[in-house]
Design a protein around this ligand. Structure first.
Ligand SMILES: [Zn+2]
Length: 510
């Protein structure tokens, strides 16, 4: 295999795909044409290409960049191979979902608008009504497509020679998913007693209900925190990000290849996103500012991705600029996102002198997310064949309706135990991140806690106003995703990723 040619084609594919994504979701182009992009690059993802890269990965030396590159290319090829195999059903899912409407109290509502409608709905009964309609549509209209998607993913993994989809992802991404699940389950156990004490007062203050009355339909409203809207005006959204980066010594407007797309267009996605088309030379941050805390949180998260991608050393090989462990880029995104709940930042940048309520709210929200993702990882390991019971397979001994029903039950049980509310079964195939992305978020939450503690220790609580702290970050960003989360932390502080640090950061240790 000609590796250099493979890398060149892969980079062209990645760039074209990301540019199509940017143009479609920024509302610049109505259609979303990925089929021809895949067609031009189809030799990247053949079974032969995957097997050749797997062999290369097996032969690569035990440590160092050659080994890292081999594993990243294998992961890229496997993901593309599975993507090719599931493209049709994914397009069918997207088409069905985009056209799907639900009926709530005699009114028609787009299926995709439901979470926003719930977040903006003050009446709990109406939120629950939206939820019932969404769950029925998920089960009846989308369920069969999701089942087909997951069966295809499992079949691909077996055809490529892995025992399960979970084994394939663990190998290609270099993440010990079972060990991570044990660590995060320990986190959940250790936070179990404090969880109601942290969440309950926040629920009572913002929604007027306690944890015992909370329903899943209320979560979007809880996360929306309307009462702080006045503190987070839309007009200051991008300016506060630019000022924050200036404090760290980066002039965002002078960064080559960085574009802030803030214009309003009819088909622009409502949620901010970052599109790294060329890393580092062409990176977009797309945002349609509406204001509110949630809007700041999202823009700062995506801004973290933007700064990471735009600072990557152009001389690095394709793999380290575009591929690698996404726990790393998520860490930088969470680090910058976290400023929107940092009392020091809220005071200095937005003039909020008493941020205690917002900080308490953010802490409760973070704990809900951490526990929910812990439950998701445990469940996805069962779904994808890595846990006890394995996954139901279409022609296997447990590939029966009752096999799927049992999984739906496990989903509701694991998620319900984690978040402590009655969790629905209907979303058991829809609420699944492709390629165990949930593991990247969990690792990123841990690594971000370590990194933030390191910056605070070295540069003080206002580290975000220190160009020297910025220099440390730019040094890390230059490296792209060459190192994975564990390696990066080891080189930075000599520590190992530890969810005990997250417990301590939430004030829950001991
Ligand atoms: Zn992210």
């Amino acid at each position: 295999m000609d590796l250099d040619a493979y890398r060149r084609t892969a980079e062209t594919f990645q760039t074209e795909l990301m540019r199509e994504y940017y143009q479609h979701y920024a509302g610049l182009k109505e259609t979303f044409e990925i089929e021809p992009i895949y067609a031009r690059a189809d030799e990247l993802f053949t079974r032969d290409a995957v097997l050749a890269l797997r062999e290369l990965d097996e032969r690569a030396p035990g440590a160092g960049d050659e080994r890292r590159q081999a594993r990243m290319l294998l992961d890229f090829a496997v993901e593309g191979h599975v993507g090719e195999a599931t493209k049709a059903v994914e397009e069918e899912l997207a088409r069905t979902e985009a056209a799907l409407t639900i009926e709530v109290g005699g009114e028609r509502l787009g299926f995709r608008e439901a979470p926003v409608a719930q977040a903006n709905e003050p009446d709990a009964e109406r939120r629950a009504e939206i939820e019932r309609a969404v769950l029925a549509a998920t089960r009846d209209d989308l369920g069969p497509h999701y089942q087909e998607l997951i069966e295809s993913q499992h079949a691909c993994a077996r055809e490529l020679g892995w025992a399960s989809y979970a084994d394939m992802c663990a190998h290609c991404k270099g993440i010990d998913l079972k060990a991570l699940s044990e660590q995060t389950a320990a986190f959940s156990a250790a936070s179990a007693a404090s969880y109601p004490q942290i969440l309950d007062p926040e629920l009572r203050r913002t929604l007027g209900i306690g944890l015992d009355e909370l329903r899943r339909a209320d979560l979007p409203r809880f996360f929306r925190v309307v009462e702080y809207d006045d503190h987070f005006p839309a007009g200051q959204l991008t300016a506060s990000f630019v000022a924050t980066m200036a404090g760290l010594g980066t002039d965002v407007s002078g960064q080559p290849g960085v574009t802030f797309d803030i214009g309003s267009r009819p088909n622009k996605a409502p949620r901010a996103f970052c599109a790294p088309v060329r890393v580092p030379g062409e990176v977009y941050l797309v945002v349609a500012p509406v204001g509110g805390w949630d809007d700041y949180v999202t823009l700062f998260h995506e801004g973290g991705h933007l700064e990471h991608a735009s600072h990557v050393d152009a001389a690095l090989p394709f793999e380290f600029r575009h591929l690698g462990d996404n726990s790393v880029t998520e860490t930088y995104a969470f680090l910058i996102q976290h400023l929107a709940e940092d009392p020091e930042w809220l005071s200095r940048r937005l003039g909020i002198d008493d941020a205690s309520e917002l900080v308490a709210h953010a802490k409760a929200q973070r704990l809900v997310y951490l526990r929910r993702y812990t439950g998701k990882l445990a469940y996805e390991l069962e779904l994808h064949g890595g846990g006890p019971g394995g996954a139901p397979e279409p022609n296997g001994a447990n590939g029966t309706r009752s096999g799927w029903d049992a999984l739906a039950g496990r989903y509701a049980q694991l998620l319900g135990d984690a978040v402590r509310i009655k969790w629905p079964t209907e979303t058991f195939l829809a609420d699944v991140d492709p390629g165990f992305y949930c593991a990247c978020y969990l690792r990123a939450w841990a690594l971000e806690t370590h990194l933030r503690a390191y910056l605070r220790d070295r540069f003080g609580p206002a580290w975000f106003e220190s160009p020297e702290a910025g220099e440390v970050l730019r040094g890390l960003w230059r490296d792209g995703q060459r190192l994975d989360a564990e390696e990066l932390l080891g080189e930075l502080t000599g520590e190992r990723l530890d969810f005990g640090a997250v417990l301590a950061d939430l004030g829950l240790s001991g």
